[in-house]
Structures are given as structure tokens and as C-alpha cells.
Design a protein around this ligand. Structure first.
Ligand SMILES: [Cu+2]
Length: 173
């Protein structure tokens, strides 16, 4: 039989289930990220081409840079393994870094900091862009592959990048 009490209980139950599906307090939004350690483990300055600017979306887009090779890149074990030239996303940008004057296809110089160490429950690695400026006239990034965004390449047929292709000499991380 269906008494009003039973119906009320059913409604309450579904409400409770609904609440349990709500975001947990542990989920962090961008502004609530844990504080960074006082000192980064490493800092690199590289030239490159701006492939994408951050956009809230959808689809969400992170800052993306086609950067030069970084021969002195040190991995989380402290070993200098180098990083190949690649297109790489940098979701975290330090306060004070302005992207206003930049557009996709610009030749840029960027400084990013790497934080390998972390507390439990925090993201394992953090890459923070601490400086990003447009290159002056006559200065260019040393890139072997053509940019996907540079206007000069638009008239050439482009090969879509295959996953795992062209980077057999080891990965960055
Ligand atoms: Cu990289």
C-alpha cells in the first residue's frame, strides 16, 4: 500500500541521494589550488610559438606552446634527460602574467617553473608559467617542425600528428 508517509520517505531518500552526487568539498577549482612551495625545483626559459590561448570553453582550452628542445631539462629524479621540441599545454599561469597582447601564432619567449614535490592528495607535478613575452623583431624560436598555426604554413598540406610519432628519443617527463 502507498501511504503518504511512504511517499514522503521516498522523496527524502531521493533528495539525499541527489546531495551525495553533488561535488565533494575536496574538489578544487583553479583559484583554490594549494599554495606552491616557496622555491620551484627548476625554472626554464624557452622560445616557441603560441598554439592556443586559454579559453573557458566549451571546449575548454589551455595555454599551449610549441616549444624548442630543452636540453638541460631535469626530470623528477633529478636526472638531466632533456625535453624534445613539442607542443605542450600549460594550464597554470602565474598571477601577473598578461596574455592580453598575445595571439595564436605569435613567436614568444616563456619562462616556466616546475614543482615536482607535493603533499599527498595534491596534483603530482605543477608547471607554472611565470613569464610570457612576444619575441622582438629578428628573434625566432629554433624549431625543426613547422608550426600548426603560423600563417606561412597555411598553404602547405599538413600532416596530422600521430600519437607517439616523431619523439622516439624519449619523453619530457
Ligand atoms: Cu614540453
Amino acid at each position: 500500500m502507498r501511504s503518504p508517509v511512504r511517499l514522503l520517505l521516498a522523496v527524502l531518500m531521493s533528495l539525499m541521494l541527489g546531495i551525495s552526487l553533488a561535488p565533494m568539498p575536496g574538489c578544487l577549482t583553479k583559484s583554490e589550488k594549494p599554495k606552491l612551495p616557496a622555491k620551484p625545483d627548476a625554472r626554464y626559459t624557452v622560445k616557441g610559438i603560441l598554439e592556443a590561448l586559454p579559453a573557458a570553453g566549451p571546449p575548454k582550452q589551455e595555454l599551449s606552446v610549441h616549444h624548442e628542445a630543452i636540453p638541460d631539462f631535469v626530470n623528477s629524479q633529478g636526472k638531466a634527460v632533456g625535453m624534445s621540441e613539442m607542443i605542450m599545454e600549460f594550464p597554470e599561469i602565474a598571477k601577473g602574467v598578461s596574455l592580453k597582447e598575445l595571439k595564436v601564432g605569435d613567436e614568444i619567449e616563456m619562462t616556466f617553473e616546475v614543482y615536482w614535490k607535493h603533499k599527498e592528495g595534491e596534483p603530482p607535478v605543477r608547471w607554472v608559467v611565470s613569464k610570457l613575452t612576444k619575441l622582438g623583431a629578428g628573434v625566432h624560436p629554433n624549431l625543426s617542425k613547422p608550426s600548426e598555426t603560423a600563417p606561412a604554413d597555411k598553404d602547405k598540406p599538413t600532416q596530422p600528428a600521430k600519437p607517439g610519432d616523431g619523439s622516439k628519443k624519449g619523453t619530457g617527463t
